[in-house]
Write a protein that binds this ligand. Structure first.
Ligand code: NAD
Length: 310
């Protein structure tokens, strides 16, 4: 098959592109390299630098493409609170531009990488796809709006659509910005650098942490399964782990003893998050394979940023 991946040089996009190449497919990547790193891509991926809002570029890249994976997005929740217009332009505007270009060229299928953040706080756990979304940030709103555009334009123009609501993905190569870093790479870096780990809230808030290889499995299956019209599917580990437990695992594996400080007044987001995986198993044959301890061990072993002194 021939694929276009938007956001191909990113944390999730690059391993997906490399997996599809390994499976013998042809892959074109589009990425503006605002955060992506082309070095992570196999040389067989044809990477084009460009913006997902560039419709003429999309027209040419979409020729003879069987399926699009749409990952290009701005992805930092606190940043979206400061710059909601930018998040709307890229995450919503970019999705509409892509769908319009797919309609013009006549592409059959799109797999959209949505997010578990659209659920926000939910009383009932694990969360099912049928739960009423409760987005709490411009980022979450942008992902939910993009889902609606994908499904609506898909319906109107006969494009097969699936939205994968990915929960907290982690693994080697995850971005580690100086501020607002995701919990797992942040804790690993602070532990290894003998820094201080700051826990926001009481540390009891849980998330569903899913290893990158499991996410790639789910993404890769979504390209070929039949009957995916308007589908929305959760992708997670099906387990919930508190921030305090993540820290404990990281310290057990690294044998580090960093200082741990709690900042109880900081908003730490929803109190619980756990994905129901019934639909993912039924539709994608998806079963997460990597436990949190194994995934953390692999992340620490395989990510060169955690071995600076060697
Ligand atoms: P990432 O920042 O590593 O990847 C996003 C990629 O999109 C980057 O390579 C960036 O350069 C590119 N990009 C940004 N703006 C662009 C634009 N205007 N035009 C073209 N390319 C652009 O983040 P990620 O974690 O790999 O996220 C990929 C997708 O998965 C996003 O849509 C995100 O919302 C979704 N997602 C990620 C997670 C997670 O835990 N990482 C969870 C749920 C959903």
């Amino acid at each position: 098959m021939r694929f276009l991946i938007t956001g191909a040089a990113g944390f999730l996009g690059a391993p997906l592109a490399n997996r599809l190449i390994q499976e013998g497919h042809r892959v074109v990547g589009l990425d503006d390299l605002s955060t992506g790193d082309p070095e992570r891509l196999s040389p067989e991926v044809h990477l084009v630098r460009g913006d997902v809002n560039d419709r003429p570029k999309l027209w040419s890249l979409l020729q003879e493409v069987d399926c699009v994976y749409h990952l290009a997005a701005r992805v930092i929740v606190p940043e979206s609170v400061l710059y909601p217009r930018e998040y709307n332009q890229v995450n919503v505007g970019g999705t509409v531009t892509l769908m319009e270009a797919m309609r013009d060229v006549g592409v059959r299928r799109v797999v959209f990488i949505s997010s578990g953040t659209i659920y926000g706080n939910q009383k009932t756990q694990p969360v099912r796809e049928s739960c009423r979304p409760n987005p709490r940030s411009p980022y979450a709103v942008s992902k939910l709006s993009a889902e609606y555009y994908i499904r609506t334009i898909g319906d109107l123009w006969g494009i097969e659509t699936v939205c994968l609501r990915v929960f907290n993905a982690y693994g080697p190569g995850q971005r580690l910005p100086p501020t607002n870093a995701p919990v797992i790479p942040y804790c690993i870096r602070q532990a290894i650098d003998h820094g201080t780990i700051v826990v926001h809230g009481d540390g009891k808030q849980t998330r569903d942490y899913v290893y990158i290889d499991d996410v790639v499995d789910a993404m890769s299956s979504a390209a070929t399964i039949p009957d995916i019209k308007r589908l929305i599917i959760n992708v997670g580990s099906g387990k919930e782990t508190s921030v305090s437990e993540v820290i404990k695992h990281v310290l057990d594996i690294t044998k580090a003893k960093p200082e741990i400080v709690t900042n109880k007044t900081h908003d730490s987001g929803p109190s619980r998050m756990r994905a129901d995986l019934g639909l993912a198993e039924k539709k994608l044959g998806y079963k997460p394979k990597v436990s949190l301890v194994e995934g953390l061990t692999r992340t620490i072993a395989e990510d060169p940023r955690f071995h600076k002194d060697e």
